[in-house]
Ligand binder design. Structure first.
Ligand code: CS2
Length: 439
């Protein structure tokens, strides 16, 4: 039997604490993968349970119909399993109302963005979804030709302007350095090229706050779904599995109303940069290093790689001696305690986080995770032994039998094959633009 709004829940499973039928949709979320469902949707669910109304979410997948097929037959409902040493906690999330597939029904997405009740368009489309060229500018041909966020957002904004509705907040929740400013700049490039009539309205009516998002969410496996079914008594195709830890730091710069996420654990701050930089360079930087070094060492999961006595000290040094000194910490931000917490989170054996999942899209992740740290030390005449080890491990990975899942896969493999791999990847005119020059 499939989970639906009529499934009776066992007492151990927490249900949405509000009347789902009475909520208008205030959020359109583009890129409704497992991460959104285990992170932002949980904060929104909590905010609605705390009394905030009309923050239902319309999820959008740009291309794939998979999530729509998982959630729509379930009335948008799904469970989040939180796994820690203490065991597994299951709760049901009601924030998502339905899922649209942009490639199949583009007008429905545009209408959702243009709806008077919509105030926030949020994004988890991964690093490559922003369609940047190597120099950081928007790939205009890709943005206008295919199924891109820019086309739908621009069309939705045009409809809002025509209907004399207010603007919206565009909230990037991806692991990019300065994600809000990046989205704002790329959106403006798109509008300048294809909707110049909207540029001034966008500048006056819309905002793009920066965010730091953090929760480890491994891809859901069939074994996970079977475990959920055993507790729930119903099949949940949309189940997501995560850790107990969750953090969301948001720049307080909204164009209109927003859920009171700060009452349910999010931090609304004036400047996200120190949190975001620490997260990218310490957590994600260590993650990518663990992925390539760990796979090279024959490991499958993060918790196995971090337990390896040859790998653990490399990761400790990467976080504490290489990444942390580059970060201009906010008052009250304790980077040593952050590193301690990360070591504990990586070691969580209840979470089966595959290294190969993190190894994906290296060309899109490595600049903000490793290269800024490497360049910072190089400027000061210092080496980074751990990050240099990680770079070597990435090259070994590109030369290995592993399938390379990366938009630059072919070029990366070709560049990595020869003896001058490091130069062809990171040198002058290399594939990955970088201020760091390999020695
Ligand atoms: C990971 C992230 O897959 C990856 O590249 O480093 O998804 C990581 O798990 C999250 O950013 C944690 O918040």
């Amino acid at each position: 039997m499939r989970l639906t709004a009529h499934t009776p829940l066992p007492a151990s499973v927490k249900a949405p604490g509000y009347d789902r039928e009475r909520q208008a949709a205030g959020i359109v979320h583009i890129g409704i993968g497992a991460f959104h469902r285990a992170h932002q949707a949980v904060y929104t669910d909590d905010a609605m349970a705390a009394g905030d109304g009309d923050w239902g979410t319309i999820g959008v997948s740009l291309r794939s119909g998979d999530v729509a097929a998982q959630l729509n037959p379930q009335d948008g409902l799904y469970t989040v399993s939180t796994r820690s040493a203490a065991g597994t906690e299951l709760r049901m999330i009601g924030a998502v109302q339905k899922v649209l597939v942009a490639a199949e029904d583009p007008q429905a997405v545009i209408d959702a963005i243009a709806a008077p009740t919509t105030h926030i368009i949020s994004f988890t489309i991964t690093e490559k979804g922003y369609l940047r060229r190597a120099d950081g500018s928007l790939d205009l041909a890709a943005a206008v030709g295919g199924v891109s966020l820019y086309r739908f957002v621009a069309a939705g904004l045009a409809a809002r302007k025509a209907a004399r509705l207010g603007g919206v907040t565009l909230l990037s929740c991806d692991n990019l350095a300065g994600n809000g400013a990046v989205l704002s700049r790329l959106m403006r490039e798109y509008l300048a090229a294809y909707h110049p009539d909207l540029s001034a309205w966008f500048d006056g009516e819309c905002t793009c706050p920066a965010t730091m998002i953090d929760r480890i969410v491994p891809a859901t496996t069939d074994a996970d779904r079977v475990a959920v079914e055993a507790t729930l008594g119903a099949r949940d195709e949309g189940a997501v599995v995560t850790e107990a830890f969750s953090q969301w730091v948001i720049e307080d710069d909204f164009a209109g109303p927003r859920p009171r996420w700060e009452t349910v654990g999010a931090e609304l701050v004036a400047d996200v940069a120190p949190y975001e930089t620490a997260k990218l360079r310490m957590l994600n930087g260590a993650h990518s290093a663990l992925a390539y070094i760990g796979l090279g060492g024959g490991h499958e999961y993060v918790h196995q790689a971090i337990a390896d006595p040859d790998i653990r000290p490399i990761i400790e040094r990467l976080m504490r001696e290489e990444a942390a000194p580059t970060i201009d910490a906010a008052s009250g931000q304790d980077l040593a305690a952050y590193a301690d917490a990360l070591m504990g989170r990586f070691a969580n054996p209840a979470l089966h986080h595959r290294l190969i999942q993190i190894a994906m899209d290296g060309s899109q992740k490595i600049p903000q995770r490793w290269l800024e740290t490497l360049a910072w030390h190089q400027e000061r005449g210092q080496r980074c032994l751990s990050l240099e080890t990680a770079v070597t491990a990435w090259i070994a990975f590109l030369r290995s039998d592993h399938a390379i899942d990366d938009p630059l896969a072919d070029a990366l493999r070709a560049a990595a094959a020869g003896p001058d791999a490091i130069e062809r990847l990171f040198g002058d005119g290399g594939l990955i633009p970088s201020d760091w020059r390999p020695v």
